[in-house]
Design a protein around this ligand. Structure first.
Ligand SMILES: Nc1ncnc2c1ncn2[C@@H]1O[C@H](COP(=O)(O)OP(=O)(O)OP(=O)(O)O)[C@@H](O)[C@H]1O
Ligand SMILES: [Mg+2]
Length: 306
């Protein structure tokens, strides 16, 4: 039996050529996209997916051409939030008008009611199922899985019709370490928008993501503070949702400071939560503080883009 020392070069796998081919397909597929922005945090459940979709909606309302790639393959939420669950992926017709498309043609993406193109694993796999990757060795799925996930991301970038876009938004999964892996994979063209909530715990995790990202070439545009108060319809006022910072309290660690620009604050509004669950688009949000906050953040984001 051969050990890995005995393998010469790439062992005949053509791995380097395969990687180069995939990179070329990705570069080609994204050639018509002006800006790539990843919405991350490090922290889970802070509203990355919600802000990705509804900032996309606010930007779409300004006339921009937008697509979303839900890069959270294990916990995809864009399919439900964007109302594209069970969407059909239509391969382009073959040149003779019949049958399957030739290998080089790209697959069209489903769109939301307001015209945002969305790829989400949740359109392909029902919520009752989990995404499974076969592992080559029992107990080793953790190493295998990350490799397969990024290979899948590359396939998605290379196979779908992203076309001419002003902005492609990536909805990232949680995890400070994963955020950096996405930065590495997506390359320096991709800028980052980070999301926090007004808790010390969340700011601390986001501060770690900022520190980790600062070691690489990706621009960090700034952060959005989501769930910044609770919008009460009965009293038409924004009430505190999280306690104020611990800065002045004795014997407690200080508030972690985020040394990046704040692009705005977005209150918690139960109407937005309901719209996310029901796949109701941004355009149907009532004129309320949450909608105005999303509009303002969308404009701030545009100003940060070159
Ligand atoms: N400003 C808001 N107003 C009302 N509901 C919100 C708001 N922000 C987020 N939510 C709700 O909070 C929940 C968590 O949000 P979301 O799924 O966007 O977080 P996430 O950071 O993407 O989570 P994960 O880390 O699992 O990907 C969702 O049900 C969403 O609808
Ligand atoms: Mg999410």
């Amino acid at each position: 039996m051969k050990g890995y020392h005995d393998i010469v070069g790439d062992g005949g796998s053509r791995i380097l050529e395969q990687v180069a081919e995939q990179r070329a397909r990705i570069t080609d597929g994204l050639a018509g996209v002006r800006h790539l922005v990843a919405v991350g945090s490090g922290k889970g459940g802070v509203g990355k997916s919600t802000l990705t979709l509804h900032l996309a909606g606010a930007l779409r309302a300004l006339g921009l051409r937008i697509a979303i790639l839900d890069a959270d393959f294990n916990g995809p939420s864009q399919a439900r939030m964007a109302g594209v669950q069970g969407a059909l992926f239509v391969p382009p017709p073959s040149p003779d008008g019949f049958g399957a498309a030739s290998g080089s043609r790209k697959v069209a993406l489903p769109r939301t009611k307001d015209g945002i193109a969305v790829f989400s694993m949740g359109s392909v796999i029902p919520e009752s199922d989990a995404l499974e990757f076969e592992s080559v060795a029992y107990g080793e799925s953790h190493t295998w899985r990350a490799t397969r996930e990024f290979a899948l991301l590359g396939e998605i970038l290379g196979s779908f019709e992203w076309g001419a876009l002003d902005l492609l938004l990536f909805d990232l999964p949680p995890g400070a370490e994963r955020t950096v892996q996405y930065a590495d994979f997506l390359g320096s063209r991709t800028a980052f928008l980070l999301v926090t909530i007004p808790s010390e715990v969340s700011r601390g995790v986001v501060a770690r993501s900022v520190a980790a990202l600062s070691k690489g070439p990706n621009r960090v545009l700034g952060y959005v503070e989501n769930m910044s108060g609770y919008y009460c319809r009965d009293c038409n006022a924004i009430k505190p949702l999280f306690p104020s910072p611990l800065d002045d309290a004795p014997n407690t660690p200080g508030t972690p400071r985020l040394e990046i620009p704040c692009l705005g604050t977005v209150p918690f509004d139960p109407v937005l939560a309901r719209h996310c669950d029901g796949g109701i688009p941004y355009e149907e949000l009532p004129d309320a503080p949450v909608r105005r906050a999303l509009d303002s953040v969308a404009k701030q984001l545009l100003e940060k883009l070159p």
